[in-house]
Ligand binder design. Structure first.
Ligand code: 2DT
Ligand code: MG
Length: 211
């Protein structure tokens, strides 16, 4: 199929807390834009929508929500963004996304009573990332960096279970990246990977996650 405009790539960052995802996402978008490549920073949860406001209150521990219910809100917060994401991707903008469905599944299924296959179901069919850049940090290095705040989930035991769950979701779109490097070293690696992914995505249709 020929296209008038080649599409942008969907590049997702995942990794444990304090692995540098937000910093690297921001630096990557800046670098791509400086190179004249259309790119936009995106993040989940998007706390600015009506659903996002509920999620944010939950994370700030201002309210309680049943575990399945909050899982579905996180997922709904992605689905509500899909029309806009698809519009941007097809008009040639690369999206650099800080957390995605993998966070959704890794965090929810770290709770008692929610299994991974149940957690994956509502995420099935979301736009499939062209690449998942997983910023990898040893538990020791992570705990040295960790400066957990007051948000829900910011505890070492919970984060260990999240890390185990991430491992169960790796597939051929995942690029494991050593996050113990300096910010600039890591950025150099990330940028090189992203440029390859953007080039490759041009000739491919966007897939559907977990179908
Ligand atoms: P940050 O805003 O610091 O990234 O923290 N989470 C995130 C979920 O439980 N499910 C999801 O679907 C997503 C995207 C991870 C957000 C916190 O919310 C968790 C940490
Ligand atoms: Mg956080």
């Amino acid at each position: 199929m020929s296209r008038l405009i080649s599409r942008g790539a969907l590049i997702v960052f995942e990794g444990c807390d304090r692995s540098g995802k937000s910093t690297q996402c921001k630096k990557l978008v800046e670098a791509l834009n400086n190179d004249g490549i259309k790119a936009k920073l995106w993040r989940f949860p998007d706390r600015d929508t009506a659903i996002g406001v509920m999620i944010s209150r939950y994370l700030e521990q201002k309210c309680e929500l049943e575990d399945h219910a909050i899982h579905l809100l996180f997922t709904a917060n992605r689905w509500e963004a899909v029309p806009r994401m698809m519009e941007l991707l097809s008009s040639g903008t690369t999206l650099v996304v800080d957390r995605y469905a993998y966070s959704g599944v890794a965090f929810s299924s770290a709770k008692q009573g929610l299994d991974m296959s149940w957690c994956k179901q509502p995420e099935v069919g979301l736009p499939k990332p062209d690449a998942v850049l997983f910023l990898q940090l040893t538990p020791e290095a992570a705990s040295e960096r960790a400066d957990y705040g007051k948000e829900r989930y910011e505890q070492p035991e919970f984060q260990d279970r999240v890390a185990d769950n991430y491992k169960l979701m790796t597939d051929d779109t995942w690029k494991m990246i050593d996050a113990s490097q300096t910010i600039d070293e890591l950025h150099t690696v990330v940028r090189a990977v992203a440029l390859e992914v953007i080039e490759k995505a041009k000739g491919q249709d966007i897939g559907q996650l977990w179908t």
